[in-house]
Design a protein around this ligand. Structure first.
Ligand SMILES: *Cc1c(COP(=O)(O)O)cnc(C)c1O
Length: 381
């Protein structure tokens, strides 16, 4: 089956008791047993719920994975992955990492004796030089946030396989429509389903997809033991969102291209970070591992003025000033004062995250309206 058909049908059958075409929201905490210990695979809803099971099968199908596992948030999913490790184990991670993941590694798991290295993963030799007998995992994120760097998944999987490390890819920014890391040899794919998978800014959820049976059992054991599993209503919302994932992603990519090209042509705009431009430093890798370039764009102002960037963000009318991404509505964020405010100015500027950097999550509105909204806002600064 192809992607769109899987997005609509995978893991789902009409409800056997009524014929309802939509998977019911099984709002229950427990299930009646025929005799002690004899049941239909469902005993208690922290472990399993039929609405969640349908979603997990659908998500697995979209990432060409054997298994899917849902969590109450993206961070809940990331937390479960790190719990595969033991004190003393080491992880090598992308340096331009999602802020919440960085915070969890450095402020929570570092205290449990797990060691994290953050590095620019374009330098493969440098990555390999950090590997030692304690190293257990490579943690990749691509495209990165907010600098839109592209990490070469296949090359890093090569290093991981040579040293018997697990490769884990946070695929939130690309979505399974644009990129399938398991097909490139990765062991675990993670999603914040809050973003493109849910797609309507109405639910917080996370997911993991794997092929290996043993790894799946370990992760499912952690999920049930630690308890960050999602409820049936949220599972339903993501299941419903997925049915238009392919249509939304097509529109995100088309609108992203139009907005990126407009920004590049504007005299007040400085740099535009979007992997679809032929002069993006990792354009060739993006072309190789992604099917299209997505709707996430960052850009700076020539003036590099914090005040002007802030004024621009407020002057936008169709784009709303908010954190998050991947919904149908267009959003703008100012990383220096919002998501990355806790990073010292000197540190963030080293990676290109300057005062005037704005990040756009281009939605699926009509692209002419998006472009003219940005134009009128740029005219005001
Ligand atoms: C949002 C996000 C997360 C965290 O997911 P939540 O659902 O907010 O817990 C992790 N990684 C990336 C890339 C994200 O954008």
């Amino acid at each position: 089956m192809k992607f769109g058909t899987k997005a609509i049908h995978a893991g789902q059958q009409p409800d056997p008791s009524t014929g309802a075409i939509m998977t019911p929201i099984y709002q229950t905490s427990t299930y009646v047993q025929e005799s002690p210990g004899v049941h239909k695979g469902y005993a208690y809803a922290r472990g399993k719920n039929p609405t969640r099971t349908a979603l997990e099968h659908c998500l697995a199908a979209l990432e060409n994975a054997k298994h899917g596992l849902c969590f109450s948030s993206g961070m809940g999913a990331a937390d479960a992955v790190i719990k595969l490790l033991r004190p003393g184990d080491e992880v090598i991670a992308t340096d331009d990492l999602y802020g919440g993941t960085y915070r969890m590694f450095t402020k929570i798991f570092a205290h449990y004796g797990i060691v994290f290295h953050f590095i620019d993963m374009h330098d493969l030799q440098k990555v390999e030089s950090l590997v030692n007998s304690k190293t257990k995992m490579l943690w990749l994120e691509t495209p990165t946030n907010p600098m839109m760097k592209i990490i070469d998944i296949v090359s890093l999987v090569g290093i991981a396989k040579k040293h018997q490390l697990l490769t884990m890819v946070d695929n939130t920014f690309a979505s399974p429509y644009l990129q399938n890391p398991l097909d490139m040899g990765a062991d675990i794919v993670m999603h914040s389903a809050t973003k493109y998978l849910g797609g309507h800014s109405d639910v917080v959820m996370g997911a993991l997809m794997v092929n290996d049976d043993k790894l799946f059992e370990q992760l499912a054991f952690i999920a049930n033991s630690c308890g960050a599993t999602p409820g049936p209503m949220d599972s339903f919302l993501v299941l419903r969102g997925l049915k238009t994932l392919h249509l939304r992603m097509k529109a995100h990519c088309e609108n992203g291209k139009a907005v990126a090209e407009f920004l590049l042509s504007h005299p007040k705009v400085g740099k535009v970070y979007w992997p679809g431009f032929p002069n993006h430093p990792n354009h060739e890798v993006a072309k190789k591992q992604m099917r299209d370039f997505g709707g996430m764009i960052s850009f700076t102002l020539k003036s590099d003025s914090f005040e002007e960037a802030s004024k621009l963000a407020q002057a936008l009318k169709v784009f709303s000033l908010a954190e998050s991404l991947g919904g149908v509505e267009s959003l703008v964020g100012h990383p220096a004062s919002m998501t990355h405010a806790s990073i010292p100015k000197e540190e963030r500027e080293k990676t290109g995250l300057v005062d005037s950097l704005l990040r756009l999550s281009v939605g699926v509105e009509d692209k002419e309206d998006l472009v003219s909204d940005i134009k009128q806002a740029l005219d005001k600064i």
